[in-house]
Write a protein that binds this ligand. Sequence first.
Ligand code: TYD
Length: 234
Amino acid sequence: MTLHRKTADGVQQGLFITFEGGEGAGKSTQITRLAEHLRAAGDDVLVTREPGGSPGAEAVRHVILSGAAESFGPAMEALLFGAARNDHVEQVMRQAVNTGTMVLCDRYIDSSRVYQGVTGDLDPGLMRAIERAAINGLMPDMTIILDLPAETGLQRANARRGAETADRFEKETIETHRKRRDAYLAIAAAEPRRCKVVSADRSVEDIAADIANLVDQLKASRAIKMKSKTGAAK
Ligand code: TYD
């Protein structure tokens, strides 16, 4: 049985699931695992990432991650992340979710809240305005926060890329990484329905099993809700 949700007008509705966490938390491995799990259950799955995921956003990604925007300051950078996000939402993700696809996105609003808002020290009012304009209501149905001590994450990230080639966000201090971890946990505490903290300091299999359970529960609860709304017994 597939658990595609149908709205009253018969349009299938997918789920929008985002993955968050510091460097080396294993997001991409876990996204791949969840995509396999969902496809095996018969779901259509789109795996995407930020910054990027649409041609316009990929162009902005290059500007941001190359460091070219750094000298223009954190507000400019936050607006660029927002611009990239808006293009990704409007060109790719909203339509996919609205037509029944399970959209799995590597980083989304919480990365901006944490990296630009907390460790970039930007004005909370500006950050909220950018977020609202960027996503225009497309909130994740679930956000998986892969949680890891800052030291472990940095070690893993450096081993993967080589300390010399770490990109500009990975070159920051251990204090910055600790602040980001705390900021993610604070978001999860403030929005417990959306955000699920999963300990990433375990085997790939154990982490993947926990995430699959969380998503399966969400699918089941949505299916029940749709049934009671439409009165359809399926
Ligand atoms: P990427 O190479 O995709 O890294 P990762 O594997 O860690 O996701 O680089 C994305 C970097 O951009 C990452 O360090 C986090 C940062 N970032 C922000 O600062 N704000 C944002 O809104 C997003 C989406 C990413």
